[in-house]
Unconditional design. Structure first.
Length: 530
């Protein structure tokens, strides 16, 4: 099969997959329906303060696996649903930021700077339209870059990097994530070290489990879903509940000021004026998203800062400045943080390295179901024998394109209708999220030990948040830890037992030197900043 044959096979896998029902004699594939359902759910959770796309993905994943099973046919429906949530939550997150000055995520804070002032002027609908257009434009650009770059990067890695180089590349990725994510490189390294420690509990060779303390309950290691959902979701719920109890007597949020005389339309002239800000932020967000672990907060900050610099130079007299209700500020921020999502899958599909929390759950789905192992071998375009992983990869690209089409057509309507979700009280929402998460864990693992592990990791995640330690390096290290060990074992055997295999190869030695350099430079930068 040629590469184009694989592309077409991926498209057919989506549209000619298992049929869910028939409408007027036309078969409706289950994957398309799952993308739509995930997309609508994503908008709802994104518009709900206290919820986010990763929480919905975490709760949905075990339930979906229990419904669709562990066969390869379940990969595209399940991952299509997760992609729909990721896309929907991206645009839904702007709703509470604009209407109620309540950023549901850190990157949405920049949207409040101009979105909420527009609401106070009676331009809430226009602000939501600007946010939707900028978000979908940036997201679409990022997906195009993903589709074009991921296969070529994977082919280059597979062609030129051997086992020692791949091991060193994984170590470099962990070093980069530890240095870039969190309050400081030291905290990032602590989070990464804890993740590696947890990953190696119960693992080992020749039926001798490590770090199990001689107990049967630890001999099999920690379940992947329990560790990830515990640290990311349960820890976040515990932290939010603590904040809610502390701020219980805070002031009541004011609603938007709907001035009927305000202009709510988004004209072609407005789009023409916004496009330079959107295009620049889309480039920034895509570049940052391609680097594992950095995330959308930095992209939103840089996009806003660059947009402000341009706006200050070109602002006409009488136009609002950034921070005072400028539509350009909303556009610059939303285009930047939305363009991260597609590019974040570049290291996932080409290297098997998750770049953000949403990518973590896509990898978790792939490992739970089986039949798809993200990494360089995915885009191995074999001629004689069909590579099913390449078909799945192009099926995922098709799912992302479908989700973007839904975003362009119906996303704005549902986004503006989700303002009601901002009224859901946290004292009801957070316990429901906790119960659903624990139920989803039990559905997948079917034993109470996994539930207790989840709660224990939730307490760890809560403690990390209290100490301002990001849990993302922990999660990524937990996922990559076994891969690093397997790759190192294979490289050690392939090099004839050379203990210095990471230094004898020039490329591997370069990657290891870069790992040390990244940590050293980030440490000095933090000291200089203080």
């Amino acid at each position: 099969m040629t590469p184009l044959d694989y592309v077409w096979a991926g498209v057919l896998a989506v549209f000619q997959g298992p049929e869910l029902f028939s409408l007027l004699g036309l078969p409706i594939p289950v994957t398309v329906v799952m993308i739509l359902c995930g997309f609508l759910l994503g908008i709802a959770v994104g518009a709900t303060p206290g919820l986010a796309g990763p929480i919905a993905m975490a709760i949905s994943l075990p339930i979906l696996i229990s419904i669709f099973g562990f066969t390869p046919d379940a990969l595209l429906p399940v991952m299509g649903f997760l992609i729909g949530i990721m896309k929907g939550a991206t645009i839904g997150g702007a709703v509470p930021a604009i209407l109620f000055n309540t950023p549901g995520t850190p990157d949405a804070y920049m949207t409040t700077l101009d979105g909420y002032p527009m609401t106070k002027k009676g331009q809430a609908k226009k602000a939501l339209k600007v946010a939707h257009f900028a978000s979908v434009t940036g997201d679409t650009f990022s997906d195009i870059v993903l589709i074009l770059c991921a296969p070529f990067l994977a082919i280059l890695v597979e062609a030129y990097l051997d086992l020692p180089e791949k091991t060193a590349l994984l170590i470099l990725s962990l070093s980069f994530i530890a240095a870039a994510v969190g309050g400081s490189p030291a905290k990032g390294l602590i989070s990464t070290g804890l993740g590696l420690l947890a990953a190696y509990v119960g693992t080992g060779q020749d039926f001798y489990p490590r770090l199990s303390g001689g107990t049967d309950v630890l001999a099999q290691g920690f379940p992947l879903a329990a560790a990830i959902l515990g640290v990311l979701i349960v820890g976040a719920v515990f932290h939010e509940l603590a904040l809610f109890w502390r701020e219980k007597e805070g002031t009541r949020r004011a609603g938007p000021d709907e001035a009927s005389s305000a202009d709510q339309r988004l004209r072609v002239s407005d789009i023409r004026r916004l496009m330079p800000y959107i295009s620049r932020s889309a480039l920034v967000g895509t570049a940052i998203g391609a680097l594992p672990g950095i995330g959308s907060t930095l992209a939103a900050t840089l996009g806003y800062a660059l947009g402000k610099r341009r706006h200050d130079r070109r602002k006409a007299e009488g136009d609002p400045g950034f921070g005072h209700g400028a539509p350009e500020g909303v556009a610059a921020t939303e285009a930047a943080n939305s363009s991260v999502s597609g590019a974040n899958l570049i290291p996932v599909l080409s290297l098997g390295i998750p770049g953000n929390t949403a990518a973590v759950f896509l990898i978790l789905a792939a490992e739970s179901i089986g039949g798809f192992n993200p990494g360089p071998s995915v885009f191995n375009f074999t001629v004689d024998v069909v590579n099913p992983e390449a078909v799945i990869a192009f099926g995922l690209f098709t799912c992302m394109i479908l989700a973007n089409l839904m975003n362009w057509t119906i996303g704005g309507l549902f986004m503006r209708a989700m303002g009601v979700m901002t009224r859901v009280p946290k004292q009801i929402l957070l316990p429901v999220v906790l119960i659903l998460t624990l139920t989803a864990i039990y559905v997948q693992e079917t034993n109470m030990a996994a539930v207790w592990f989840t709660l224990a990791f939730g307490l760890l995640g809560y403690g990390m948040r209290v100490l301002a330690i990001s849990p993302l390096p922990f999660v990524i290290a937990f996922i990559l830890g076994p891969k690093i060990e397997d790759s190192a074992r294979q490289a050690f055997a392939a090099t004839g037992g050379d203990a210095f295999f990471l230094l004898t190869s020039p490329v591997a030695a370069l990657f290891m030197a870069l790992s040390v350099l990244v940590i050293t430079l980030s440490t000095r930068r933090k000291k200089g900043a203080t």
